[in-house]
Ligand binder design. Structure first.
Ligand code: RIB
Ligand code: CA
Length: 299
């Protein structure tokens, strides 16, 4: 099993990504580090606790509180229309939960696990990179020893989803993304170029949930209902990052140097490569893996 930490701003697609991770025997999810992004930190932290309570993974992860705002700007809520007022599609019927402890922080947790597991550790980042940047400031050498940092973020050769050039996670905290890309980490970038290939519709999800009836399937139907009613489809942005942490052969990768602009653009630049970019996805194999692992066999 791969020791894994997931940095997340749940968020509907983050929630599906966490469920995929917990359904993947290859990953040993040691901790969730929570960040503000799709919703304010209080909501994303509560949502992480909700998902642990509903899924009840064999190893309950440590949940650590992270940044309530980007490094050097105010938090923008441009994702509210996609993730609902509470960050999980305004679904009702969640169990009551208590939020994570105030310490250790997300940055301290990332550093501690990087020091403990080094090249065996995979970091999966599903939101703005504020926590990763704060962890780098605590101990950059520890973060550089980590095997893989798989980030759902950016738009390389395609338009952004917040501005013409900027994808949401990069747009919210471009300074943090810039620090991460310049730090010498082993970055596997999963940008919109890749994630937009992974679109599903409500009927596909309904059929998959019907094969695994139970409380987890019912929760997924509840927190995705608003998305499919509003848009009719969903891109599996964050789940694809988990899928590529599980099996990198699901993508064809390009080595590149990516620079992060102050407006959150993530475009090709001259110079030494600083990441791999997932470009072409084996969509049929990934979507099958996603649906097969989303709900536990006997939930
Ligand atoms: O642009 C998509 C990304 O922004 C996903 O991580 C989604 O959860 C939002 O955070
Ligand atoms: Ca996210």
């Amino acid at each position: 099993m791969i020791p894994t930490v997931i940095d997340t701003d749940p968020g509907i697609d983050d929630a599906l990504a966490l469920l995929l991770a917990w359904g993947s025997p290859e990953l040993d999810v040691l901790a969730l580090t929570v960040v503000a992004g799709n919703a304010p930190l209080a909501d994303t932290a509560r949502n992480a606790a909700r998902l642990v309570a509903v899924r009840r993974p064999a190893r309950p992860p440590q949940v650590a509180l992270g940044a309530a705002a980007p490094l050097r700007r105010a938090l923008v809520r441009t994702a509210a229309d996609e993730h609902g007022g509470d960050g999980l599609g305004d679904a009702v019927g969640w169990p009551p939960v208590t939020g994570p402890p105030a310490s250790p922080s997300a940055a301290e947790t990332l550093v501690a696990l990087a020091r403990a597991h080094r090249e065996r550790l995979t970091l999966i980042a599903l939101g703005p990179l504020t926590n990763l940047a704060l962890a780098l400031r605590l101990d950059a050498d520890a973060l550089r020893s980590v095997g893989r940092m798989v980030w759902m973020g950016g738009a390389v050769d395609v338009p952004g989803n917040v501005t013409a050039d900027a994808e949401f996670n990069a747009y919210v905290d471009p300074e943090a993304a810039g620090e991460v890309f310049e730090a010498g980490l082993r970055v596997d970038l999963v940008p919109l170029d890749a994630t937009r290939q992974t679109r599903i519709d409500g009927g596909q999800l309904d059929a998959a949930l019907a094969r695994r009836p139970g409380p987890v399937a019912a929760r997924i139907a509840a927190f995705t209902e608003q998305t499919f009613r509003t848009w009719g489809y969903m891109n599996l942005h964050d789940p694809l990052a988990v899928g590529l942490a599980v099996d990198e052969s699901l993508a064809r990768w390009e080595t590149a140097r990516i620079s992060v602009g102050e407006g959150g653009h993530t475009r090709r630049a001259d110079g030494e490569p600083n990441c791999r970019v997932a470009k072409v996805i084996d969509v049929e194999r990934f979507v099958a893996l996603f649906f097969d692992r989303l709900c536990p066999a006997s939930s």
